[in-house]
Design a protein around this ligand. Structure first.
Ligand code: PLP
Length: 427
């Protein structure tokens, strides 16, 4: 390690508090120096296939000069101005229009954010405010699911169904009821029937007149890339509609191509009342998110003050880059590519399911998960990193979500390296 790098490592350990780490126990940082396509390079020049694209955000691949130029041009014209009150800017207006064209039927308003947690906060506030507006202020409860992840801010964390992430932060908003994780592996053959029965019973027990909304990830992400059991979402939607409960999809990971569709709502055949998005909207080139809001919610709120908004709402650079990012996804056919490369990845990894230590290999588009019988995921990830492949894993779950532009050769190398390490540890 050269001197500059040594001092960078020391400064990182001394001064940077990294998310998702133990305070007082800093690890040697993995300093990412540059990136292109589906590859990243560390500060010592070693290359890695990016099997996760950081936190699953990079649809179009790293290092796109086109996006850098759009950002630079927009910064020179208007780097930022508020979007509060009557202020607006052209890129934000055009992006809102574009999103409503791409979105499922009836989602015609857009509220911009800087990221996912802000989106969850926004959607849940809207869901509660809408009930005040219609004279049902007791309708505050939100149904969520165990193992669901919706972000780290107050209400988003309360919606999250992962206890480990909530410990020590209380008191949290207690207006959430968490249903069983929709996992075919854990529930077996009639999983959808079990989950729908539980949903019906829960609504009856809590009382539909106290429930405003249901929030869920179309495919569980953080909890291991778990696609829902067959027929789950349309049946959930049917039950919710019958009881007048709003359906909010957290598509922070799934929107903008990752499942092979603009929105996973299309993939699973549902028309939600709100869709929360971020990540792939800008491919992570700038922090940007958007909540798509359905006509029904807007009608409920008609005439109500929405005293809410984040400083960077409608950021012109974020919006301009997002528009260019969506252009790339469309122009390069990346929705289809996610399906094709996702299948290539799944086909190559499927044989691992035969190993004694592997419970399941599963996926949806370019979201792939491996579930082990024992806590070996971190060791597999460490081995892969040594051999130039980035994966993410903890306890029994390993997840992959490479950029949608990943090439055949990159998929094949990733699978060869990963399979070798899984076989060594789980065989
Ligand atoms: N919801 C889901 C499904 C996510 O995967 C994430 C982040 O990974 C979030 C919410 C939170 O988004 P952010 O980290 O941008 O606040």
């Amino acid at each position: 390690m050269h001197k500059d790098l040594e001092s960078l490592v020391a400064a990182d350990k001394r001064h940077v508090l990294h998310p998702q780490t133990v305070v007082g126990q800093p690890a040697d940082p993995f300093i990412v120096d540059r990136a292109k396509g589906s590859m990243i390079w560390d500060a010592e020049g070693k290359s890695y296939i990016d099997g996760t694209c950081g936190l699953w955000q990079c649809a179009v691949g790293h290092g796109r000069p086109e996006l850098a130029s759009v950002a630079a041009e927009q910064m020179q014209r208007l780097e930022y101005y508020a979007s509060f009150w009557d202020f607006s800017n052209e890129p934000a207006i055009r992006l809102a229009e574009r999103l409503t064209e791409l979105a499922p039927e009836g989602l015609n308003k857009v509220f911009f954010t800087s990221g996912g947690s802000e989106g969850t906060e926004t959607a849940l506030k809207l869901a509660r405010l809408a009930r005040h507006a219609t004279g049902e202020p007791e309708r505050t409860i939100v149904l969520a699911r165990k193992a669901g992840y919706h972000g780290v801010s107050g209400t988003a964390l309360a919606a999250t169904g992962i206890d480990r992430m909530k410990a020590g932060y209380g008191p949290l908003d207690d207006g959430f009821v968490h249903l069983t994780q929709p996992s075919p592996l854990e529930l077996g053959e009639n999983a959808t029937d079990q989950l729908i029965a539980e949903l019906e019973e829960t609504i009856e027990r809590v009382g539909p007149e106290r429930i405003t909304a249901f929030v869920g990830e179309p495919v569980l992400g953080v909890s291991g890339m778990v696609p829902p059991p067959e027929g789950y979402w349309p049946r959930v939607q049917e039950v919710l509609r019958r009881h007048g409960i709003l359906l909010i999809l957290d598509e922070i990971v799934t929107a903008y191509g990752r499942t092979g569709h603009w929105f996973a709502a299309e993939r699973f055949g549902v028309n939600p009342d709100m869709i929360i998005t971020a990540k792939g909207l800008s491919s992570g080139y700038v922090p940007m998110g958007a909540v798509l809001i359905g006509d029904r919610v807007v009608e409920m709120l008609d005439g109500t003050g929405f005293w809410h908004g984040f400083t960077y709402n409608g950021h012109p650079v974020g919006a301009a880059v997002s528009l260019a990012n969506l252009d790339i996804i469309e122009r390069e056919g990346l929705l289809d590519r996610a399906k094709v490369q996702g299948q290539r990845l799944l086909d190559a990894l499927a044989p691992l399911a035969e190993l004694d230590g592997v419970r399941e290999v599963r996926g949806c588009g370019l979201m792939v998960g491996i579930e082990f019988t024992d806590d070996i995921a971190a060791d597999v990830v460490a081995g892969c990193r040594e051999d130039g492949v980035i994966a993410r894993g903890a306890a029994t779950k390993l997840v992959l979500s490479p950029p949608l532009v990943i090439t055949d050769d990159e998929v094949d190398t990733l699978c060869e390296v990963l399979s070798r390490h899984v076989t060594a540890l789980a065989g």
